[in-house]
Design a binder for this molecule. Structure first.
Ligand SMILES: [Zn+2]
Length: 80
């Protein structure tokens, strides 16, 4: 069975269940650098749209088990 790429789960910065997706390669590389870790496979990114005009997404990070893995929220930047 393939690992799902999206799931609904709680986002503590949005409040409530929101759609999340897996990180892409560039985001994983950024997060590895950010956290100084070699593996970040457990993280999910909130894709809730905060601003319908610009399409800006929340992008807050959580893990599958922990809705608040960091003391302060870490939001992935949009990487071109
Ligand atoms: Zn969110």
């Amino acid at each position: 069975m393939a690992t799902p790429r999206t799931k609904r789960d709680y986002c503590w910065t949005c409040g409530g269940d929101q759609q999340h997706r897996r990180l892409n390669k560039k985001e994983e590389d950024w997060l590895k650098e950010r956290l100084g870790r070699s593996g970040v496979g457990e993280f999910w990114l909130c894709v809730n749209v905060l601003d319908p005009d610009t399409g800006k997404q929340c992008r807050n990070l959580r893990t599958g088990f922990n809705k608040k893995p960091f003391a302060e929220p870490i939001k992935a930047p949009v990487i071109e």
